[in-house]
Write a protein that binds this ligand. Structure first.
Ligand code: ADP
Ligand code: TRP
Length: 318
């Protein structure tokens, strides 16, 4: 058996990923796959809170698998799977729901944000952190690479482990969030946090035209001579010394700096976009990878659930 620590994470299939998603979370999946036993999934059950359309769900989910392969996840090293191929996760979430109080879950930022925006929130949004806890603890995660905004969810998973183990005996490992502070919040083209919901993204697999358009639309301040948002995005892909030299040389020349950023983004995104295209041309191979990953994780988590059901008293012993 592998002695490596276990890494688990997932991305919701809710639209095209952007460079904030990549640097905040996804890049780490690729960087860490040598050092960890990696289990990375498509969080399609989580996406059901917002997507209720068969075609959209199927297409988006397949797209995330392509994204994973394009950023360099190697199916020999990382097990890739669909969350829905492991239905035990929903069972475990239910068990956790029965151990958790409503006031505790009401503290979730995601729930509070949703509540502030609309009145009719579905129960899935409310229970979301407990399904996420199941995703994390069922495959025995030691570490969970995520962006800063998921920190609280990992804390909920930790609290849930503590509670379950106290009531039923030592069963789950205590997971740790892995958050890179340096890329915790990539700004979008409007200066707010880059997010699919704000329409301010630079898509990770953008075409050259899309890159030009997005970069030229970046909001710049006119005070210091260094356009803050342009610089912050540029810093993700360029060495600090080269970057500072460039911004010194081109002080105040926002158009030149934007052009330089667009060129660097094209050089960075181009090869990943090509790799994605190659995988897109091999759908059967992609389906095979995801089917095998699902079968493997289903077996691992099934075994874990036998222990859980036994501890909770859900197995009939004659
Ligand atoms: P979005 O806000 O675009 O809908 P998600 O909620 O799907 O993004 O987040 C997917 C992953 O990417 C999470 O781990 C999240 O923390 C990370 N992430 C999202 N936006 C950013 C950002 N602007 N900077 C850094 N990381 C981010
Ligand atoms: N909630 C995460 C997001 O919005 C996605 C996710 C679901 C996840 N389950 C997870 C991430 C388990 C890490 C581990 O981005």
């Amino acid at each position: 058996m592998s002695m490596k620590k276990i890494l688990v994470s997932g991305v919701k299939p809710t639209g095209r990923p952007h460079i904030g998603n990549y640097f905040g979370a996804m890049k780490q999946f690729a960087d860490l796959q040598e050092d960890y036993e990696s289990r990375i999934f498509v969080a399609n059950l989580h996406a059901l809170t917002t997507i209720q359309n068969k075609q959209e769900m199927e297409q988006n989910s397949f797209d995330v698998v392509l994204d994973y392969l394009a950023i360099g996840l190697d199916p020999e090293k990382t097990t890739l799977y669909l969350q829905s191929d492991v239905p035990h996760l929903a069972e475990l979430a239910w068990i956790f729901e029965c151990l958790t109080t409503m006031p505790y879950l009401m503290r979730a930022h995601a729930f509070k944000d949703a509540e502030a925006k609309n009145k009719e929130i579905n129960v899935g949004v409310f229970n979301y952190p407990l399904l996420m806890a199941a995703d994390i603890v069922a495959p025995d995660a030691d570490v969970v690479p995520v962006g800063q905004d998921q920190k609280q969810h990992v804390e909920f998973a930790r609290d849930t482990v503590e509670k379950f183990n106290r009531i039923f005996g030592e069963t789950f490992k205590m997971p740790e969030a892995l958050i890179l502070e340096s890329v915790a919040a990539t700004p979008g083209t409007d200066g707010q946090k880059m997010s699919k919901s704000y329409n301010n993204t630079i898509p990770l697999f953008a075409s050259d035209e899309e890159i030009d358009k997005a970069v030229m639309s970046i909001v710049t301040d006119s005070a210091a001579g260094v356009p803050e948002n342009v610089y912050a995005i540029h810093a993700l892909i360029k060495d600090k010394a080269d970057l500072d030299a460039l911004y010194e040389e081109k002080k105040g020349k926002y158009k030149d700096l934007k052009e330089a950023l667009a060129e660097d983004l094209k050089a960075f995104i181009g090869p990943m976009r090509e790799r994605r295209k190659e995988w897109e041309g091999k759908p059967d191979e992609v389906k095979k990878i995801i089917t095998e990953g699902g079968l493997k994780m289903r077996k691992i988590i099934h075994d874990k659930m036998i222990d859980v059901r036994n501890k909770v008293g859900l197995i009939h012993h004659a």
